[in-house]
Design a protein around this ligand. Structure first.
Ligand code: MSP
Length: 499
């Protein structure tokens, strides 16, 4: 009896903590099949996503995106963070039976990339190929289960951006004007002087913004002020966590200004339709990657085809520094083009080193490859999900990393796995010889685990990833306690069998 129940628990742990999936794949030689059974308890609050249905082929897919990463430099742990979180969410949705389209990719145009390529003595084209590949390699090393990888230099993307631009133009939302302002090349954004530090330093990159004056094409963002206000009022879950919604609402309230969506001085970009002297602003271009990623490679690329393959996105996961682009500019652009808005934008916090955002421009990064080589993929994935409350900033410390991984993965999960699998191997030829579901009926541990499984499900749905990890550890602890109490090893010694 003890044995059967503990094997079920162990399955549950692997299934419920998608961040530990590689661990799960290592025990797949066992002859029992993991089962996922979530109890339904509608009285326990409303989850953000509708996840109960199993996929019957007609159901809307769960479309989840990470930002498209700039290819100015190779990825660091800060860039990997969003993708690890997205991967855990994608795996969770798949476990619920949803068809998931998990989109990631690279943002390859603009001044920042062209300058980085030049500094490497390379062409933008070769530079982008190299760094984009480094992202793919890292996702492989981190066991990231993405479905689509879009590059903004893909020809299908370029075609869709041009079509989208033409729609917005036809809707009367693009006009030409002069612009003068302070530009942060690292953010690829004109800044308001009031938001800058001393000497016009950008608050994120701590580098001076440069004065720019250009004749550009503008997007009439101000026209969408009211519609955006209404959208957020009607749908407060659109921006999460809720404290970020307040931030977005106050930006909108303070008055939206039209923004420039072309560059006269940047060659490395998609040319403006009917004006080859300007290229499309890198953000206007990159946001459309979320749609062009959906486009089927076999078909003639087109906006409608891409949209009908899964748009709107269920969830955009982003860092808090790019919230304005996703929660203000992007919805307005979509409204202008007559397309649906994504269901939710979640802005997480930063991984920091000594309180400062980890990033290439500050030179304080942590190399994910070094961590993976030293500690293994599961440990890296688990640590960042568990340690950083999703939404808030989190500081990295190697001491903490080692302590958490030892306590949670080695002593709790590892111990439970070794005890259950070891006993099964030694005494039962690694098989379950009885029906574990029937045998566990009425057992207190089973009831407890079912309750915890339900709790973890709600936490995953609410994107409380750290709490979900905690609940999974509760299941592990309950399993270990049960083993201690029942001591099945002595039952075996006394000549007992698997039940
Ligand atoms: N290219 C744009 C996104 C375009 S999406 C259509 C961009 N790229 S980025 O490479 O600079 O950043 C990508 C994501 O990585 C952002 O969400 C950013 O917040 C995140 N991170 C970069 N450094 C980070 C940390 N130190 N910590 C957590 N996330 C961080 O912005």
């Amino acid at each position: 009896m003890a044995m059967r129940i503990n094997c079920s628990i162990q399955n549950t742990i692997c299934l419920l903590n998608p961040s530990l999936f590689s661990l799960h794949s290592r025990i797949s030689h066992l002859k029992f099949k993991p089962q996922l059974r979530f109890s339904q308890n509608p009285s326990r609050g409303v989850a953000f996503f509708c996840t109960n249905a199993t996929n019957n082929g007609n159901e809307e897919p769960f479309v989840l995106t990470t930002p498209l990463y700039y290819v100015n430099a190779t990825p660091h742990m800060g860039s990997a963070y969003t993708t690890i979180a997205a991967d855990a969410i994608a795996r969770f949705q798949r476990l619920l039976g949803k068809k998931v389209i998990f989109i990631t990719g690279t943002d390859e145009h603009g001044e920042k990339i062209a300058t980085a390529a030049m500094a490497q003595g390379s062409t933008p084209h070769d530079h982008c190929n190299l760094i984009s590949q480094a992202y793919r390699t890292l996702w492989k090393d981190l066991d990231i289960s993405y479905d689509k990888f879009i590059r903004t230099t893909d020809s299908k993307h370029e075609a869709i951006v041009k079509e989208f631009y033409s729609r917005v133009l036809a809707n009367g939302d693009i006009y030409r004007a002069d612009y003068e302002g302070l530009y942060c090349v690292n953010c690829e954004e004109y800044k308001d002087e009031k938001d800058l530090l001393d000497n016009n330093n950008c608050p994120v990159h701590l580098k001076p913004c440069v004065s720019r004056k250009e004749d550009n094409y503008f997007f009439a963002l101000s026209k969408y002020q009211k519609s955006l206000e209404e959208t957020l009022n009607k749908n407060p879950n659109f921006v999460q966590p809720s404290y970020r919604l307040n931030e977005v609402q106050s930006w909108i309230k303070s008055g939206l200004r039209d923004f420039s969506i072309s560059r006269a001085t940047v060659d490395w970009g998609i040319p403006i339709p009917n004006d080859k002297t300007q290229t499309i602003y890198v953000w206007f271009d990159a946001l459309l990657g979320y749609i062009s990623a959906l486009s089927d490679d076999q078909e003639q690329p087109g906006l409608q085809g891409a949209v009908s393959s899964g748009w709107p996105a269920s969830l955009h996961l982003i860092g808090k520094d790019i919230l304005r682009f996703h929660a203000v500019y992007w919805p307005a652009m979509l409204m202008s083009a007559g397309l649906s808005l994504p269901n939710m934008v979640f802005g997480h916090g930063f991984l920091t080193k000594d309180g400062l955002k980890m990033g290439k421009s500050l030179g304080n990064t942590l190399e994910p490859n070094d961590l993976v080589q030293k500690f293994g993929t599961d440990a890296v994935r688990y640590f960042f999900l568990r340690e950083v409350e999703f939404g808030n900033d989190g500081d990295y410390s190697e001491e903490r990393f080692i302590n958490i991984v030892n306590a949670h993965l080695a002593n709790t999960i590892g111990n439970l796995l070794n005890r259950t699998l070891g006993l099964l191997k030694k005494n039962c030829q690694s098989t379950l010889v009885v029906d574990s579901t029937a045998a566990a009926e009425g057992n207190e541990l089973k009831d407890n685990v079912e309750r915890l499984v339900y709790k973890a499900r709600i936490q995953y749905e609410n994107l409380s990833l750290s709490s979900a990890c905690e609940t999974v550890m509760e299941i592990g602890n309950a399993g270990n306690l049960y083993m201690d109490e029942r001591a099945p090893w002595s039952l075996f010694k006394q000549g007992g069998y698997c039940f």
